[in-house]
Design a protein around this ligand. Structure first.
Ligand SMILES: Nc1ncnc2c1ncn2[C@@H]1O[C@H](COP(=O)(O)OP(=O)(O)O)[C@@H](O)[C@H]1O
Ligand SMILES: [Mg+2]
Length: 257
């Protein structure tokens, strides 16, 4: 994998890996709890038997396992997000050089901003990681070059929009969409694309954690992410993030934007 020269890619991979590990450890923890619980029941039925010692040992080992996995879970706990009002237009503009380097010279990067004061309540560093993950996917989908369009806009989800946006609470959002004109995804890939460790790439190119990180970020930010893709048609990923409320202080007279 390429490097941006200041380790951003390494951080990205590390955060995604820890996230994926966490899911596995969590499942493992549940399995151990079931084993321990059953052994405990067995123990009470075997009180007079010679086999009691074996069961006790097994149960104590299962308890050690639960302790160990709990420690792993504590270690791998998601970095606490520090959400605050972030000017997404400014962030993307500042980040465009890094995005361009990520997709490479053969891909034309376009940035389209509709509206003003597009501020979302998010963790800035995590949003940058999300953009890098999505740009990496776009690059991989366009091995012979193409175009990546990043669009920013505002969206108001009204109460009666629930059939159009079933996953979004009514309210105001910032929409960040990334559209590539790459290979696109067939239905069986699209349906699984957000799964941790799901990848169609050779192991040297992908770990299958990019989109699962994006999904986790969107949900943790009280937003949502949507995927539109078809073979040969390209792909659009839309991120919906809660919009920051305009502080009255910052709004000039007559200029509530
Ligand atoms: N922009 C895209 N165009 C086509 N396919 C994509 C795109 N983004 C993601 N995918 C598909 O979704 C899979 C999962 O993506 P991701 O979670 O980022 O893992 P990885 O990139 O490591 O494979 C990819 O392997 C690919 O098949
Ligand atoms: Mg990826």
């Amino acid at each position: 994998m390429e490097s941006d020269g200041f380790g951003e890619g390494d951080l990205e991979r590390f955060v995604c890996l820890i996230d994926g590990m966490n899911l596995i450890v969590h499942d493992f923890n549940n399995l151990l709890a079931v084993i321990g619980g059953n052994l405990e029941m067995l123990e009470s039925r075997l009180l007079a038997s010679e086999d009691l010692g074996l069961v006790r040992e097994a149960r104590s080992a299962a308890e050690d396992g639960v302790r160990l996995t709990s420690q792993l879970l504590a270690f791998g706990r998601r970095p606490v997000l520090a959400p605050r009002a972030v000017d997404v237009g400014k962030l993307v503009a500042e980040f465009s050089g890094i995005l361009q380097r990520r997709v490479g010279d053969a891909v034309e990067l376009r940035i389209v901003v509709t509206g003003r004061r597009l501020r979302a309540v998010v963790d800035k560093a995590q949003l940058q990681t999300v953009l890098l993950n999505l740009a990496t996917n776009a690059r991989d989908a366009m091995p012979n070059g193409g175009r990546l369009t990043v669009e920013l806009s505002g969206l108001e989800v009204a109460d009666d929009y629930s059939d159009i946006y079933p996953r979004l609470q009514p309210g105001r959002y910032i929409v960040i969409s990334l559209t590539d004109n790459g290979v696109g995804m067939p239905a069986n890939v699209r349906e699984r694309a957000f799964e941790p460790f799901f990848t169609t790439k050779p192991s040297s190119a992908g770990e299958g954690l990019g989109l699962s990180m994006v999904y986790g970020f969107a949900r943790q930010s009280a937003g949502h992410v949507r995927l539109d893709s078809a073979p040969e048609q390209g792909t659009t990923v839309r991120l919906f993030l809660p919009r920051a409320r305009d502080e009255a202080v910052a709004v000039p007279i007559g200029g509530a934007g």
